[in-house]
Design a protein around this ligand. Sequence first.
Ligand code: ZN
Length: 267
Amino acid sequence: MGVPAAINQDPLAFLIFSTALGAVIGSFLNVVIYRLPRGESLAYPASHCPQCGHGLCAWDNIPLLSWLALAGRCRHCSAKISVRYPVVELLTAAVFALSALEFGPTIGALSACVLSAALIAVTFIDLDHLLILDRMTVGLAVAGIVLAAASGRLVGGIQGAALGAALFGGIYLLTRGKGMGLGDVKLAMAAGLFLGLAASIAAFLSAFVIGSLLAVPVLAAGSRGRRDALPFGPFLVLAILLVLFAPASIFGPFESYRNFIGGLTSR
Ligand SMILES: [Zn+2]
């Protein structure tokens, strides 16, 4: 594995570009997370303060930096701006940076960016509304088919999606929807298109491990009865991100780092 040769041409510029792009996309995801479940248009009206309705000038709309510069308050009415906005921007910048480091300037990096950005939006909407929107999963599936076909991995993608359908669809049917929602099944299928069969197996198994590790203390604490379904989506997302980025960020940091630095110094 390792970083493709092309990144060696200017790995630092590519990394900086990807990270900045991630912050900008994260800013857009904030709009998606807020407006999509409410059925509002993503394009209109332009960004404004939810308290005083004052429009944001370009200067107040810079990802991360504006929130820091304004110390988390509206310039006009001083209403607090949720820390979630810069957190989503930071998370998206981080997964784009990881995509750049892991895959270099390839269609693999584009796939990783599309998948992880969608997962961030899905997670926050799920946490807010306990809902995984069809528009997110269907859109993600279409992107997954296109990107898998473009990189010659369509067969693996379909196998991953089929595994997701069998595994999570099976649980959905067996538990009559108590163990997991239909949105989780669709999310697993869409992610499977991106991951291919091997990574899907790893991600789905990890989701069960993470889910049981986190669910046991919650159930033991008695704050939720056994009848209330825990939202499974966030566990699945965590597992997918882990499998997507683990090779560079966990198992092979040294190799990636060495390739990256090697690319910098060989110029
Ligand atoms: Zn305001």
